[in-house]
Design a protein around this ligand. Structure first.
Ligand code: NDP
Ligand SMILES: N[C@@H](CC=O)C(=O)O
Ligand code: NA
Length: 432
């Protein structure tokens, strides 16, 4: 039986995992797709670089056209990352009737619908399971496993690097810079880790999840984003003291026809199942009207876990080729996008303030919250080293984003408030 030839764009962390899985699981692939699968050519930047996998040097090239225009190559695996140049390669490949498997969330979050349209016009498959939550088959679960349900909420830890950093900082008191370096060395971080730590990588994944889960085209700009760079040791300590764990959480919520999508550092009640997701692991909670609660857990980054999702997508393409149904799988969004107003988005909040330690200040602060009908779940007041100031830490009950933002403005205007040290979303109720 003739082998299927594939081309790879990229041979870094994920690409080398893909080569290893294709080589080591050849018998499984043969069994599933009925023929051998071979990697014919691989695009790299540097031909002389040492590789994490043994590879015949003749297979490497720096000329993309050797892959994009090779008539023997049926499927291209894009694991090089990047945007503009990569998008052009993908469009060329699709127009040359080559199916694509990609791990590139940057591209899929921004240009996914355009690329999927070009793919279906050319009767090609374009699969991207590895782009969200690495090795967890979450996209397939939303599109196939939960196809009959109406999804109302998705909540998850979808960035391995930041979860790794927050775990090490919270559990071992490690320094931020040191752990970020470790995450880079382990291959979890993006080429530019700013997108991990500033929450953009997670926002891209939430845009993809929301688009598929709600069948509504959610753009990256629709996702409210905040990263982990402003989290301090004090915040982690207070969080622990109050029974919470700090996580970078993505939430996509639908109420009626309206949705909101956000990625923010969040204090999760220690009892919440997502609070125990450690290191580079990811987890996504999916709530469906009929199914109820489901949770998907697994490695969100790293070479072999991510490559597993890529090669499983490859198997999907090869099965579709055999059945002659390529390019027929993509489902276009069913609903028109409707985003919630800030007055319709509700959460609990943690707030840490430095205030003048004077009679009446506490009452002034609480009255601002009362004006907006926001009450407190917890309040602590502690003396500070500077004797004339005190630290107030509070957790509110549910408040609308609009009320909370107006409260923050009023607090900033209050003379007795020296600084708003930090403010985080809170999920769940702590037992402490
Ligand atoms: N790492 C992870 O855990 C995960 C990564 N992803 C996504 O997978 C993709 C790849 O990530 P990863 O493997 O970590 O990245 P790496 O930086 O480890 O690898 C990138 C590879 O692409 C090659 N490359 C990059 N730019 C070019 C170019 N302009 N021309 C030719 N070759 C190029 C590099 O060549 P050379 O080796 O010669 O420098 C390298 O082999 C990204 O989109 C990433 O977001 C998705 C899920 C998890
Ligand atoms: N940098 C990403 C890699 C996987 O998508 C992460 O840390 O999750
Ligand atoms: Na996945």
């Amino acid at each position: 039986m003739e082998a299927i030839s594939i081309g790879l764009l990229g041979l870094g962390t994920v690409g080398s995992g893909v080569v290893k899985i294709i080589e080591n699981h050849q018998d499984k692939l043969m069994h599933q797709v009925g023929c051998p699968v071979k990697v014919k050519k691989i695009l790299v930047k540097d031909l002389n670089k040492e590789r994490a996998v043994k590879i015949d040097n003749e297979k490497l090239t720096t000329d993309p056209d050797e892959i994009l225009y090779d008539p023997e190559i049926d499927v291209i695996i894009e694991v090089m990352g990047g945007m503009k140049e990569t998008k052009n390669y993908m469009i060329k490949a699709l127009r040359n009737r080559k199916h694509i498997v990609t791990a590139n969330k940057d591209l899929m979050a921004v240009h996914g619908s355009e690329l999927l349209t070009i793919a279906s016009e050319n009767e090609c498959d374009l699969f991207y399971e590895a782009s969200v939550a690495g090795g967890i088959p979450i996209l397939r679960s939303l599109v196939d496993g939960l196809a009959s349900d109406r999804i109302t909420k998705m909540m998850g830890i979808v960035n391995g690097t930041t979860n790794f950093i927050l775990t090490k900082m919270s559990k071992h008191g490690s320094a931020y810079e040191e752990v970020l370096k470790e995450a880079q060395e382990l291959g979890y971080a993006e080429a530019d880790p700013t997108s991990d730590v500033e929450g953009l990588d997670a926002a891209r994944k939430m845009a993809i999840l929301a688009t598929l889960g709600f069948s509504m085209k959610i753009d990256l700009d629709d996702v409210k984003v905040e990263g982990i760079t402003r989290i301090t040791e004090e915040d982690l300590r207070y969080g622990r003291q109050l029974g919470y764990t700090m996580k970078l959480i993505g939430i996509a919520h639908r109420e009626g026809e309206k949705v909101d999508v956000s990625v923010q550092p969040t204090l999760l009640a220690d009892t919440h199942p997502l609070a125990s997701v450690q290191d580079e692991f990811n987890a996504v909670y999916v709530y469906g009207e009929a199914v109820g609660e489901t949770m998907f857990y697994g490695p969100g980054a790293g070479s072999l876990p991510t490559a597993t999702a890529v090669v499983s997508d490859l198997v999907g393409v090869l099965k579709n080729m055999r059945l002659g149904v390529t390019g027929k799988n993509a489902v276009t969004p069913q609903y028109k996008k409707q985003l919630k107003e800030p007055s319709e988005i509700y959460s609990k909040y943690f707030l840490r303030l430095h205030v003048r330690d004077e009679v009446g200040v506490f009452a002034n602060i609480t009255s601002i919250f009362s004006e907006h009908r926001v009450s407190f779940e917890k309040i602590l007041q502690m003396p500070l080293k500077e004797k004339e100031y005190a630290e107030i830490v509070l957790v509110t009950h549910q408040a609308s984003l609009q009320d909370y933002e107006e409260i923050l403005v009023k607090l900033r205007d209050l003379q007795a408030v020296k600084t708003i040290e930090s403010s985080y979303r809170v999920e769940g109720s702590a037992n402490v």
